[in-house]
Structures are given as C-alpha cells and as structure tokens.
Design a protein around this ligand. Structure first.
Ligand SMILES: C[S@@+](CC[C@H](N)C(=O)[O-])C[C@H]1O[C@@H](n2cnc3c(N)ncnc32)[C@H](O)[C@@H]1O
Length: 362
C-alpha cells in the first residue's frame, strides 16, 4: 500500500485559500480576536495615554533617533502603553509566522497554482522578468518576513495576513467593496478604463470591475508575487481583470490612458521622493478630466493627529513602517496640487469621507 504524504486542500475561506490545518486556523482566529480585544478596542485610550505621557515629559512625536529614544523611555514607564506595544509587536510576529509555516507545508503545490493560472484567462497577467526591485521595496514591511516582494507565496501571506490585520472585517472583500463605493468618478461621468496602483492581491480591482462592469479594469504592483496571486485569485472568480508588474513611479501605459486611478494604502509605504514621482505618473496616465482617488492615512494636523501621534511614530520606528512618518508629515495635499491636480475636497472631514480626490484639469 502506498501512503500519500500530499496534504488535503481544505478549500477557501471566502476568496482566501484555507490554511493547511484546522489548528492553524484556530490559532489565527484566536490571534484575530485577541488583537481586536487588546488593540483595536483600546487604540484610542492608549493613544491618548501615550500622547499625554510624552507631552508631560516635554516631548513631541517627532521622528529623530534621539527623540524616539527619549519617547521610548517615557512610554516604557507607562505600563499600559508598554504592554500594548509589546502585545502588538509579538502578536504580529506570531500570526505572520504561523501563516508562513502553514502555507509553507504546501509551497510546491501553491506555487504550481500560480504558474498554471499565469497563462489562463479571463483577464491577463504581465510580468517583467528583468525587473530589479529598488531597495525601498525589499524591506520587511510591517515586520513581514520576505516583505511584499521576497517570496513566491507573498500574495498568499498577504491575503490571509490582512484578514487578521483588519480584525476579520474583510471577509469576502467587503472592506474593499466599501472603499470602491466611495471612489469618485470624473465630472463628465465617462469611465471606460480604470487603474488601481499598488493593487497587492487585486481586491480594489475586482470590486472596481463590479462597480463599472463595462470598463476595462487594470491593477499594477511592483511585486511579481502579488500580481501573480492577484491574477490567480481573479481566474478563480472568473473575473476579466488585467494585472501587471510595474512600479507606479514608472508606468508603461500611454499618456491619458485612464479615466479613473485609485490607490489604497500605497503612499504611506513609499519614501518621499518616490511619492512625488508617483503623483507625476498618475497625472500623466490619467486623461484630462480624469480623477485620482487616494485612500490613505490622514496627515498630521492639529485638529486630527490621527496616525501622526506617538502610535504612528512607534509603528514607524518599531513596527516595520519605515516611510509612514514621512508621509504623515509631508503635507500631501500641497504635493498633490504641486503635481498639477485640483483637489475636490480640502476639509479634514471630507477627506476622511471621500479620500483625497484629485481631478486632472481638462
Ligand atoms: C499596503 S499594500 C496596498 C494594499 C492594496 N492596495 C489593497 O487594496 O489591499 C502596499 C502595496 O504596494 C506595493 N508597492 C510598493 N511600492 C510600490 C511601487 N512603487 N509601485 C507599485 N506598487 C508598489 C507593494 O508591493 C504592496 O503590494
């Protein structure tokens, strides 16, 4: 008798492939709930406590090496905050590692899934085999082993990982569906071609196609593993989407090609000089009258410290968000206008509701 050592495919949870064993999923469910209870429910009071403690010590959440070291001392004398930050980091390390270990058992099979889907439709996948990643794109962002670009299964890791990161709130891509529902359209209403930049596993692209079924839907990402997985995911759902590996600061699309461009959580993850180049490229590939919706962190303003307070600072210093601080303090609205866009809304409340809606003048 031959005993097979292949592992049973346990199907999918929504659009995400299930982990190898139920025990892995039970652990991940526990981590998800624990993060919800400890972190998400306590974000605001912990944030207030930390901001108060550093203000009482005469410090500001400014990102210099010396200042961060002083803030760390103050925070570690504030036990609730110290415990919160320790939990945050350890939970993140542990749940990410378990996902990698679990899918890792089936690495050959999952890699074959991606390769087999690469030439199948509907939709297309375009890879750049000679692409050399810039250094900024190879960091282990969010302390994710291999980052976005360093492992053939990075798309699998990201898809399962974000379902935990967002506290289970993105089952069936509902979160992305609500983001796409608030994407602004060009003032003339014409939408024939859409582009999502830094699309990761393609959730914005698939939801955009659902909202604009007659339009051609494209997604680009710098990471080959991400777009390979995004294409596999779309093939699984029989969706006609177009994915390509491409850096947003150097796109190969012609001028004026798109009516709508979207980005969700890209800009706080790239360095400032790249932010400026991406804005210029987005403007180039949009047609006159086209609209870019940028969904990302709030900027730091006196009336809305948001991610600009010490939680954001600690994420940037200790939690694998090396570029976030630069974004939060860069005055992105000014950079958007300098790139030649007209911002549809400038008030904090409107920006929180609609994102940064950037019209390319006609
Ligand atoms: C936080 S994820 C974006 C989330 C995604 N937009 C979504 O809808 O879930 C950041 C993504 O940006 C990609 N990325 C980073 N730098 C990029 C660049 N210069 N051009 C295109 N993609 C980039 C990464 O590979 C990663 O997939």
């Amino acid at each position: 008798m031959t005993i097979s050592n292949s592992v049973i495919d346990r199907g999918k949870l929504g659009n995400v492939p299930a982990l190898t064993e139920r025990a892995d999923e039970a652990f991940l469910d526990f981590m998800c709930d624990a993060r919800n209870i400890v972190m998400h429910a306590h974000h605001r009071p912990i944030s207030d406590l930390g901001n108060k403690a550093i203000a009482a010590a005469g410090l500001k959440p400014v990102h210099t090496h010396e200042n961060v070291a002083k803030i760390r001392e103050v925070i570690f004398d504030t036990p609730e905050v110290a415990a919160y930050l320790r939990f945050k980091r350890s939970a993140q390390e542990r749940y990410k590692q378990r996902i990698i270990e679990s899918y890792g058992v089936r690495e050959e099979e999952l890699t074959r899934w991606l390769d087999d889907a690469a030439t199948r439709g509907p939709g297309t996948l375009t890879l750049d085999p000679n692409f050399k990643y810039p250094d900024y794109a190879t960091v282990d962002i969010h302390i994710t082993p291999h980052g976005y670009t360093g492992h053939a299964l990075s798309g699998f890791y990201y898809d399962y990982g974000t379902s935990i990161f967002f506290g289970g709130a993105n089952a069936g891509d509902v979160m992305h569906a609500s983001h796409v529902a608030r994407v602004s359209t060009p003032r003339d209403g014409k939408v024939t071609r859409t582009l999502d930049i830094a699309c990761s596993v393609g959730q914005m692209v698939s939801q955009t196609k659902k909202r604009f079924p007659d339009a051609e839907a494209h997604g680009i990402d710098i990471s080959a593993p991400m777009v390979k997985y995004a294409h596999w995911r779309a093939v699984q759902q029989n969706l006609d989407l177009h994915f390509a590996q491409m850096p947003a600061e150097e796109m190969t699309f012609p001028d004026g090609h798109f009516d709508i461009v979207t980005s969700y959580l890209l800009f706080h993850e790239i360095p400032l000089p790249v932010i400026k180049k991406v804005l210029a490229e987005v403007k180039r590939v949009l047609r006159p009258g086209g609209t870019f919706t940028m969904l990302d962190f709030p900027s730091s303003r006196p009336e809305e410290p948001g991610y600009g307070g010490f939680i954001g600072l600690m994420d940037s210093s200790d939690n694998g968000e090396p570029y976030a601080h630069g974004f939060v303090h860069c005055n992105i609205e000014k950079l958007i206008e300098e790139a030649g866009f007209k911002l549809r809304y400038t008030g904090v409340k409107d920006i929180l509701k609609h994102g940064r809606v950037c019209d390319k003048p006609v």
